[in-house]
Structure formats: structure tokens, C-alpha cells
Design a protein around this ligand. Structure first.
Ligand code: BMP
Length: 258
């Protein structure tokens, strides 16, 4: 089954559109016990919030200090044991061969989907990544308009398609490509709900929108969903709370699928 349908099933089962970004602040790895502490914190949060989320997104925050096969793989197994899916936010951004090898490692660690950067283009860029992912039943989610201010410089620029000669904004071109490539998702910042609305016009129900930037970056979960986001990627708002489960539950309650 394609990843976009797998996550739909989990989302329905938990009645949740929340993807937890399991991101922790820097902890000096030279300090004794640091990686043990980090692992325990991550493991505990998965346990506490599992019934309010549908997936967990991992980033360099854990892969760098814990390592992929000793630390993160075990957390991915915990995520799966809870009936949830694991997304690797690798923002894959290299030549095809390198992209394939990056993906192979993450998939060998159990990840169900990977995030990539569409600026690399299709031939010898995204295409080999999609091929290796499809072959293994894994998903590819593409950045389409990022949540930070500087996103306007790249995703917001006006570009001319070298094939058709048509000019349009970069993010609208990426949105069209999300559909053409049959991506499993498109990342669009919750900080730019007007862009979510525009991109949703292109994607419809074909490619679900994953929206990061809720809370800590100033985006509103409700506005993002109203504009067309299916999933909300939320990290610090939950992770840094005194009671992560309570915050996750509140967010779950106010953004349930039905
Ligand atoms: P937070 O909720 O703590 O702001 O975390 C958001 C997460 O989503 C981070 O892992 C960040 O790297 C990621 N992200 C983002 O914030 N904006 C984007 O446009 C794309 C992302 O992957």
C-alpha cells in the first residue's frame, strides 16, 4: 500500500492529523550519559503522546547524537509498536545515486517515508529516489513552500518552465510536480495559510499537505487545516511543554479529523 494510504488509515484509527516532530534541543554529546538521556526522553514522549498522533517525524536532532542503527532504529521500532508511522525528515537534496543510498539507509532503519527537496529536479535527482522508495513500498514527501521567512527567496520566486516557457511562482510549479510525480505529501508551512490555500487548489485530495510551523513558529493549526492542510507537523509546542501529553491531547481535540 502507498504511504499516503497507510497514514490515512492510522490517522483515521487515532482520529488524529498530528505528526510529532521528535526534535530536542542540543545536548553536548561529550557529556557522560547525554545520549542515554536523549534516548530516554524521546522514548518517553512516544509513549506519552502515541494515542494523539498518527506519525513521528525524525530529524538530525536525534540521528546525529544517537546514530541511525543503534539509537534511532530502536525508536522507530517503538513508533511502529504503537501502530504509528515513522517519517525521516532528511530533506534529500543531492544527485540521484547519493539520494538512493541515503534513502536505502533510512529504509533499512525502518522508516516508512522520507522528505526531499524538489529543487534538485527529476532526472538523476528525484526520479531515482522515487524509484527506490516505490520498490520498497516507502513514501516520498516533497517540500513545496517552507515555513520560515526566507522561504520567499526560493519557493516564492517567479520562474519560467524551461520546457513550456510558462512563468509562475516556484511553489505553484512544485505543486504541479507534486501531482505529476504522485508524491505522498507536500510540505507547506502553517505560517503561510494563504499559500496552503493556493497549493490545495492544485493538489486537491490527490496529494495531502503536511503543515509544520504550528505554535513555536507562529502558525495556527486551525487556519492551516481550514486552508487545506491534512496533517500538522508539531515539535517544540509538544516536546518542550511541561506536560507533553496534555498539550498533545488539547491539540488533538481541537484538530480531530472528524
Ligand atoms: P517545530 O514545531 O518545533 O517548529 O518543528 C517543526 C519541524 O518541522 C522541524 O523539524 C523543522 O525542521 C521542520 N520543518 C519546518 O519547520 N518547516 C518547513 O518548512 C519544513 C520542515 O521540515
Amino acid at each position: 500500500m502507498q504511504f499516503k494510504f497507510k497514514i490515512q488509515e492510522v490517522a483515521k484509527a487515532n482520529n488524529s492529523r498530528i505528526v510529532l516532530a521528535l526534535d530536542f534541543p542540543f545536548q553536548n554529546p561529550n557529556n557522560n550519559n547525554s545520549s542515554h538521556e536523549l534516548f530516554s526522553k524521546a522514548d518517553a514522549i512516544i509513549e506519552q503522546v502515541s494515542s494523539y498522533i498518527c506519525a513521528v517525524k525524525f530529524n538530525n536532532h536525534l540521528v546525529l547524537p544517537l546514530g541511525l542503527f543503534n539509537g534511532v532504529k530502536v525508536l522507530v521500532e517503538h513508533v511502529h509498536a504503537k501502530g504509528l508511522l515513522a517519517i525521516m525528515d532528511a530533506k534529500v537534496n543531492d544527485i540521484g545515486n547519493t539520494n538512493q543510498i541515503i534513502a536505502d539507509y533510512y529504509y533499512a532503519a525502518g522508516f516508512d517515508a522520507i522528505i526531499a527537496n524538489p529543487f534538485i529536479g527529476w532526472e538523476d535527482g528525484l526520479k531515482p529516489l522515487f524509484e527506490v522508495s516505490r520498490k520498497q513500498g516507502k513514501g516520498v514527501i516533497l517540500l513545496t513552500y517552507m515555513s520560515h521567512k526566507g522561504a520567499a527567496e526560493g519557493y516564492g520566486q517567479t520562474v519560467t518552465d524551461p520546457v513550456t516557457g510558462v512563468s509562475m511562482s516556484q511553489y505553484m510549479m512544485f505543486a504541479q510536480k507534486d501531482v505529476t510525480y504522485a508524491a505522498d505529501g507536500a510540505v507547506v508551512g502553517a505560517t503561510v495559510p494563504e499559500k496552503i490555500k493556493e497549493i490545495y487548489q492544485i493538489l486537491g485530495e490527490k496529494v495531502p499537505i503536511y503543515s509544520p510551523g504550528v505554535g513555536s513558529q507562529g502558525g495556527s493549526a486551525q487556519d492551516a487545516v481550514k486552508a487545506g492542510a491534512t496533517y500538522l507537523i508539531v515539535g517544540r509546542e509538544i516536546i518542550s511543554a511541561e506536560n507533553p501529553a496534555a498539550v498533545a491531547r488539547k491539540l488533538w481535540d481541537s484538530t480531530k479529523l472528524i
